[in-house]
Each structure stands twice: as structure tokens, then as C-alpha cells.
Design a protein around this ligand. Structure first.
Ligand code: DAH
Length: 358
């Protein structure tokens, strides 16, 4: 076999053996690259006599063309093969049945969080948050409950061991410290709603050591108890999905409001059901009042210029009433059958126009 025939056979074998783009490129460079075997061969033409060049030139050139053709063909083969393997591995069977419905449900407490924020958002309130582990200062002192104040006893507080910052911390006993946090960082007008977790050392059929509250705060230059009452009424109508409610005000005492008012909702509990707007029963709804000037001042707001109202109440009880759940402890037992029974469709978000609790 001539040297040329052998060279051609070797190159074509290497091209055929190339299993991927990289090894094919290596074979191409070895043959046709600047220092490749065929390029070297073509260079020898320059030193030949005219006769010899005439004889060998066409053979060398056609060798180069055959090799280039073989490389192009192999490249196309490899591209086809890689496309086919991708098509195989990324195949989707569109005839398979759709995934089953999601099995998780939204917990009634989360549902009430969502309903509450949707209603208050409609009234122009923004959602505010604070941490569960709170400064003693924000949970009590800045709410006008100094360290020796009797009201501290009523809160059955979980104390947290002293932190690195030297501050005393507690598990917040109510959502009212969110008022403090909001006023410390925001200038009036303020209009916030803060649903969240709260903690007290207490546990029976109607008390859980961890429970949920909502807190509302409005601070502006002309707010009064009438605004407060209207706001709570609008909330109750939307939340309980009734056209009419009747509220009763009771004088009360909270250190952070003056005057302080507790609100009850007229209801009828006869026949094992609860109806609002009629009947002779009253249901405790929320504590509230006009924000104490001392609280405003401690939170950096001028009480000569601004005043506000605040309110707060239990979320778990709202959920129990609205959805007929008898025992608060069942909320936190993580019983799957309970969750399937009382839970809400995971993809439905309550809105006032779309319905709160379809
Ligand atoms: N923080 C009070 C509690 O846990 C409830 C409350 C009363 C909140 C009056 C308020 C308020 O914002 O103005 O019992």
C-alpha cells in the first residue's frame, strides 16, 4: 500500500472512531490543522518539480477533500445522535393523567390571618410584624407597663434568659409591642394591622400557651372613638359575612390606652348555632382605646400633635366561632384528619370581591 493510501486509511479510521465532538475535532486538527499530516503533505508540493507537482497535486488535493468530507459527515452523525438522545431523555408523555389535587390544606388560623388582612387592607391598613421573642421594654415598658406595674402579673409571662445584648427578653404576651415597633420607625399617619403569635403560661380547653392575636393601630392628627367603632363594625360585618352587627362598649382598663373600651358583639347562640346581629348573648370581640399620650411620647411621637386608637383581640377565638371549632387545643395537635376536615383549599386566597371563605 502506498504511503498516501495508508495515511488516508488511518485518518478515516480516527474520524470514524470519534465518539464525540471533541475527539472529532482532535482528529481534524491532526489531519487538516496547520501542522496536520495532510497539511504537511501539501507543503511538500512547493519543493517539487513542475512535472512532479502536476502528477501529485491532484491526488493530494482530492485526499484533503475526501478527508474533509468524511469529517463533515461524521460531525453531522454525532449531532444527530446527540439530538436523538436528548429527545429520548427529555421526552414528556402528554397522555399521562394530570397530577392529583394538592393534599395539603390551609390551617383555619392561617385562613383567618388571610381573611383579616384582606379586610383591613381594604380599609387602608398595612400589615406589620414583630418577632415572637420580644424586648421586655417593647412588650411592657414602652406600653406604659413599667417593671413594678401590677398589669405585668396578669400576663403570665414566659421569660427568656438574658441575651448577649444585655436586654431582658420575653416571649411576647400580646401583639401590642408591634405598635411600639411601628411608631419607633414610622411617622404618622400610621394605619397598621398586625396578626401574630403570642404566648402565655396558660393551658386548658380555652387557653393554649401559644395562641394568636391581631393588633390594630391608627395614629393621625384627628382620630376618635367613632372611627374606632366604625372600623371594628366594618371588620365584623365583612369577617362574619353578615349585613348588620350590633356592638356594645364596656369601659375597661389597659395601661396603654386612655380611655379603654372593650367591645362585645350581639349574637344568638340558641339552637347550637351562632347568629350575629340578633339575640341576647354578647361575645367578647376586642380590647381597644385611645393610645395613651405617654405611649406616643415614649415611641417618639408628639402627643400634642397626634393621637390615635388601637385595638387587639384573639384570632383563635374568631376562627373557632366562624368555623364552629369547639376546642382550641385541637388547633395545635397536627391531626391530619382534623386538618382535612377544617382546612381550606390551598390555592384559594380570600378577597372581599371573590369571597372570604368559599
Ligand atoms: N394587648 C391586649 C391584651 O392582650 C389587648 C388590647 C387591648 C390591645 C387594648 C390593644 C388595646 O391594642 O388598645 O389583652
Amino acid at each position: 500500500m502506498s504511503d498516501i493510501a495508508k495515511l488516508e486509511r488511518d485518518i478515516l479510521a480516527a474520524v470514524k472512531a470519534a465518539k464525540d465532538e471533541a475527539s472529532l475535532e482532535a482528529a481534524r486538527v491532526a489531519a487538516l490543522g496547520k501542522k496536520g499530516s495532510i497539511s504537511e503533505l501539501l507543503k511538500t508540493l512547493g519543493a517539487m518539480s513542475a512535472e512532479e507537482r502536476k502528477a501529485k497535486g491532484p491526488a493530494f488535493n482530492s485526499l484533503r477533500d475526501r478527508v474533509a468530507g468524511a469529517i463533515a459527515a461524521r460531525r453531522a452523525e454525532l449531532a444527530d445522535a446527540s439530538l436523538n438522545s436528548r429527545l429520548q431523555s427529555e421526552k414528556i408523555d402528554v397522555t399521562l393523567p394530570a397530577r392529583p389535587e394538592p393534599r395539603g390544606t390551609v390551617h383555619p388560623v392561617s385562613q383567618v390571618f388571610d381573611e383579616l388582612t384582606a379586610i383591613f387592607a381594604d380599609l387602608g391598613f398595612a400589615v406589620a410584624e414583630g418577632p415572637d421573642v420580644e424586648y421586655d421594654d417593647y412588650n411592657f415598658t414602652k406600653l406604659n407597663i413599667p417593671p413594678d406595674h401590677a398589669a405585668r402579673q396578669m400576663h403570665d409571662t414566659f421569660y427568656v434568659s438574658r441575651q448577649a445584648d444585655g436586654e431582658r427578653h420575653v416571649l411576647r404576651t400580646h401583639t401590642s409591642p408591634v405598635q411600639v415597633r411601628t411608631m419607633l420607625k414610622q411617622k404618622p399617619p400610621i394605619r397598621i394591622i398586625a396578626p401574630g403569635r403570642t404566648y402565655r403560661v396558660d393551658s386548658d380547653a380555652t387557653h393554649s400557651p401559644m395562641f394568636h392575636q391581631f393588633e390594630g393601630l391608627v395614629v393621625d392628627d384627628a382620630t376618635n372613638l367613632g372611627h374606632l367603632k366604625w372600623t371594628l363594625e366594618e371588620f365584623c360585618k365583612a369577617f362574619f359575612e353578615v349585613d348588620k352587627v350590633e356592638m356594645r362598649a364596656r369601659p375597661s382598663y389597659f395601661p396603654f390606652t386612655e380611655p379603654s373600651v372593650e367591645w362585645d358583639l350581639r349574637c344568638d347562640r340558641s339552637g347550637g348555632q351562632i347568629k350575629f346581629g340578633t339575640g341576647n348573648d354578647w361575645l367578647e370581640l376586642a380590647g381597644s382605646g385611645i393610645v395613651h399620650p405617654r405611649v406616643l411620647a415614649m415611641c417618639g411621637i408628639d402627643p400634642e400633635k397626634y393621637q390615635g386608637y388601637a385595638f387587639g383581640g384573639g384570632i383563635d377565638r374568631l376562627a373557632m366561632l366562624k368555623y364552629g371549632i369547639p376546642d382550641i387545643r385541637s388547633f395545635f395537635e397536627s391531626d391530619l384528619r382534623w386538618l382535612r376536615h377544617y382546612g381550606f383549599a390551598a390555592l384559594d386566597i380570600p378577597t372581599l370581591d371573590g369571597g372570604l371563605s368559599r
